[in-house]
Ligand binder design. Sequence first.
Ligand code: CMC
Length: 428
Amino acid sequence: MSDKAILEINGSKHEFPLVRGTENETAINIKTLRSDTGGITTIDPGYKNTGACESSITFLDGEKGILRYRGYSIEELAEKADFLEVVYLLIFGNLPTQEQLDKFHTDIKAKSIVDDDVKKILDAFPKTAHPMGVLSSLTSALTAFNPTSVNVDSEEDMYNTVVKILGKFPVLVAWTMRKKQGLPLDYGDNSLGYVENVLKMMFRKPNEEYVQNEILVNALDKLLILHADHEQNCSTSTVRIVGSSHAGLFASLSAGISALWGPLHGGANQAVLEMLEAIKADDGDTKKYMAKAKDKNDSFRLMGFGHRVYKNFDPRARIIKKAADEVLGDLGVEDPILDIAKGLEKEALEDQYFVDRKLYPNVDFYSGIIYRAMGIPTEMFTVMFALGRLPGWIAQWREMRLRKEPIGRPRQMYIGETLREFKSINKR
Ligand code: CMC
């Protein structure tokens, strides 16, 4: 293959180098497009064809259904690693030794106290507030309570910021849920593993001893691993672009949480469950919802189906579907919603509309069923996604800052009015 692309505009030829990634992905480097062509730009709504950065964190091949973190397949990580190892891997590039992992965990625990005054902010929210809005606000508020800016050139400073947010974020996650349920806000238990601690912080009742359930610990561990990174999706790009202005990590994460909230992104896990509930209430009439999803005059979409990048299958969805069966079986939960989901999936996979558009179940299709079986309220599903995605956001922010990427600032094609003369108000 040639190592350049030639663009011809009105008879003038312009050459651009091709760049290749380690998995032989090819991109045209158009860095000099505007200067070479006298200001011509590209238009690519939704950035469907635009690579915003070079990254060595996550590899994704949507045609083949491949997802790898730092070179390790998601299937192997979900089976063999635990979440904290994956967190370390994503952020620092390699799997930790036992010693590195122990130190990492100790450092995270040492930073896990959230200033008690943050509770006052939480108290000001009505109980009806959506937990994602609350989580985004509290994450942003952490900046005020930890005002020193990070010196990204200092490895130690970077490390301290990373362990700080990894320690405090699960506390905020638990508090958003407990506040909604009217439970007292307390802190974790430093004698526990990272995921065990999250569960205890979320579910501990003030009048009972909390007993760990291995099934829940393993299920949550796996779900968090599956959500931990997904290259340049909407929330991750948001974190990178906000961070590119040199806004701090907490502010960048807060913006990422807001991006994740939307139903086309992480909010889909809540929307899937609500959709399945609606189908159940409608006597399980999946055909009706299939017809709605295909009707161009109806804005309804089959939630949990389709993906910008996966045009074959989402490997995370395969793992989660299997896990849903196992977790519900292990917990002895019989949920008719799981049968509706399986029926809906089968219908969609055989339907020409979905086949033609290469629409497959995505990570959100079955995850809510597991969260529900674990006793997590529906409105918290996207918060759980955020907890899983946290290491990915941190890794991407860190990479962007270490690579000294320029501020993110896209161009546009102006299609508004040309110059107009101002008319005073009495002449309009
Ligand atoms: N139900 C019905 N039709 C759909 C769906 C769906 N879920 N998804 C895409 N389509 C159709 C869409 O109408 C369009 O049809 P046509 O070509 O006739 O106009 C075609 O498929 C291509 O869709 P698109 O909107 O151009 O594709 P996209 O890459 O911009 O959107 C998506 C990807 C995930 C936003 C979209 O598939 C969707 O809205 N899915 C439902 C929401 C969802 O499950 N989101 C979670 C994504 S995975 C977790 C995450 O990373 O956040």
